[in-house]
Design a protein around this ligand. Structure first.
Ligand code: FAD
Ligand code: GLY
Length: 373
C-alpha cells in the first residue's frame, strides 16, 4: 500500500493527536499511525493534572512552556467540544501542595517566592486554613502551597478529542499500524515502513512517547531518553471528599467527576513493563490514607500503570532532527505530557509550517543531544 501525505505522525498519544489536530487545522493533509489504539499508553495512564506550578518549580523554559500550555485549556475545552462532542472535563479548582516536615515548608516557601516574582498566583496557607478548606485531610500537615490556577482534565478524553477533531478536519488516523522503520535518502525520510505497507510524507513527526528512542535508533540517532513507570489506583466515594487536588512529596489525590479519586503515582525507572506491583500499590495506599484518612472507607475501583518518557536533562525534545531535514521530534514530556499537549501541538505545526517560534524553543532543540550522551 502506498499513499502520500503532507505530514505523517508516528504515535497516537496525546502529543501525536494534538499535533495532528493543529496541523490539520492549518490545512495540512495528515496521516497518524498508532501501533495499538489511540491513547493506549501513557496518555490514558495519566492523572490528567495541569500542574504547571506544582510540578515545575524553577524558573526557566519548561516553566514558560507549562504556563503557556495551561493557559490554553479554557479555550480548548469549548473548541474541542464543538468539533467533537467530547468534554475533556476541565476542572479548575486549584491544587494544594502539602508540607509535612520543616524542610518541606522551607522548600515550598522558596518555590512560592520564585513563582510570585514571576507573576504567578501562589500563597502559603496555614494548617488551620488547609483543614478549613479541606476538612477530610489528615491532621499531620504543617500548611500548604495554595495554587489556584493548576487544575486537571480527563487525559483519555483529551487525547480522543484531539484525534476526533483532527479527523473532522481531514486527517487519517490508522490504529493497529506499527511503524517498523524510516528510510532515509539524501538527508530526508523518503519512506515510512509499517506493518501494513509503506507511506510517504513531506514531513515526518515522531511522537511515540517512551518508544521514540527505538524508532530513531534505526537512523543512528541515540536519543538520551528512558522510560519511567508510574502506577496509580482509583477509588469511589459516596459523597465528594475533596475540592482541590492534593499533592505531597509521596503521592497525589485528584478528585475527578463522579466522586472518583485518582491516586498516583510511583516512579520506577528503566522498565517498559506495565505491571502493577503489590509493593507500589501498598506504598501509594499508605500515603493516601495518611493524606486523606477518609479514603480508607472508599470503594477500590481499579489500578493501572503507564510509561513516562523522560530525557537526559528533564526537558522534552521539541525540534528538528539534527541532520534529516524533514524529520521532527516531539517527545520526552515525562510527568507533564497532558499539561504540555496543547502547546506541543501548536509548536509542531509552527515548526512544519515555518512560522515564528518562541525564543524558549532553543532549550528543547535536538542540538543539545551531544551534551547529554
Ligand atoms: P504516549 O501516550 O506514550 O503515546 C505514544 C504512542 O506511540 C503510544 O500510543 C504507542 O503505542 C505509540 N507507538 C510507539 N511506537 C510506535 C510505533 N513503532 N508505531 C506506531 N505507534 C507507536 N502528565 C500530565 O501532564 N499530568 C499528569 O497528571 C500526569 N500523570 C501521569 C501519571 C502516570 C501514572 C503516568 C505514567 C504519566 C503521567 N503523566 C502526566 C505524563 C503523561 O502521561 C505523558 O507525558 C504523556 O502521556 C506522553 O504522551 P505521548 O503522546 O508523548 O506518549
Ligand atoms: N504528573 C504526575 C505523574 O507523572 O505521576
Amino acid at each position: 500500500m502506498s499513499a502520500s501525505y503532507d505530514v505523517i505522525i508516528i504515535g497516537g498519544g496525546v502529543n501525536g493527536c494534538a499535533s495532528a489536530y493543529q496541523l490539520s487545522k492549518s490545512g495540512k493533509k495528515v496521516l497518524l499511525l498508532e501501533k495499538e489504539r489511540i491513547a493506549s499508553k501513557a496518555s490514558s495512564a495519566a492523572a490528567g493534572m495541569l500542574g504547571a506550578q506544582v510540578e515545575v518549580n524553577e524558573a526557566g523554559p519548561l516553566f514558560e512552556l507549562a504556563k503557556e500550555s495551561r493557559s490554553m485549556f479554557p479555550q480548548l475545552q469549548p473548541e474541542l467540544k464543538e468539533l467533537t462532542g467530547i468534554d475533556i472535563e476541565l476542572v479548575q479548582k486549584g491544587m494544594l501542595k502539602l508540607a509535612y516536615q520543616e524542610e518541606e515548608v522551607l522548600s515550598v516557601i522558596e518555590t512560592i517566592a520564585i513563582q510570585q516574582k514571576l507573576g504567578e498566583n501562589a500563597d502559603w496557607i496555614s494548617r488551620d486554613e488547609v483543614l478549613k478548606r479541606e476538612p477530610e485531610l489528615g491532621p499531620g500537615t504543617l500548611g500548604a502551597m495554595d495554587i489556584p490556577q493548576d487544575g486537571h482534565v480527563n487525559p483519555e478524553k483529551l487525547t480522543h478529542a484531539f484525534a476526533k477533531a483532527a479527523i473532522t478536519l481531514g486527517a487519517d488516523i490508522k490504529e493497529f499500524v506499527e511503524v517498523y522503520s524510516l528510510q532515509e535518502h539524501n538527508q530526508a525520510i523518503v519512506k515510512v515502513e509499517t506493518s501494513e505497507g509503506c507511506y510517504s510524507g513531506d514531513s515526518i513527526v515522531v511522537t511515540a512517547g517512551a518508544w521514540s528512542k527505538r524508532i530513531l535508533s534505526g537512523l543512528g540517532l541515540s536519543l538520551p531518553s528512558y522510560p519511567v513507570k508510574g502506577e496509580c489506583f482509583s477509588v469511589l466515594t459516596d459523597k465528594p471528599v475533596l475540592e482541590s487536588t492534593i499533592f505531597t512529596d509521596s503521592c497525589y489525590i485528584v478528585p475527578k467527576i463522579g466522586n472518583r479519586l485518582v491516586v498516583g503515582a510511583t516512579m520506577v525507572p528503566n522498565t517498559f513493563s506495565e505491571n502493577v506491583s503489590i509493593g507500589g500499590l501498598a506504598s501509594l495506599m499508605k500515603e493516601a490514607i495518611r493524606t486523606l484518612p477518609a479514603i480508607e472507607h472508599a470503594s477500590f475501583e481499579r489500578t493501572w500503570a503507564g510509561i513516562r518518557p523522560q530525557t537526559g536533562d528533564g526537558l522534552p525534545f521539541l525540534g528538528k532532527h539534527p541532520t534529516i531535514t524533514n524529520l521532527f521530534i516531539a517527545t520526552g514530556h515525562y510527568r507533564n505530557g497532558i499539561l504540555l499537549s496543547p502547546i506541543t501541538g501548536v509548536l509542531v505545526a509552527s515548526m512544519i509550517n515555518g512560522t515564528k517560534l518562541p525564543e524558549y524553543m532553543d532549550a528543547f532543540g535536538l542540538d543539545r543531544i551531544q551534551n547529554l550522551q
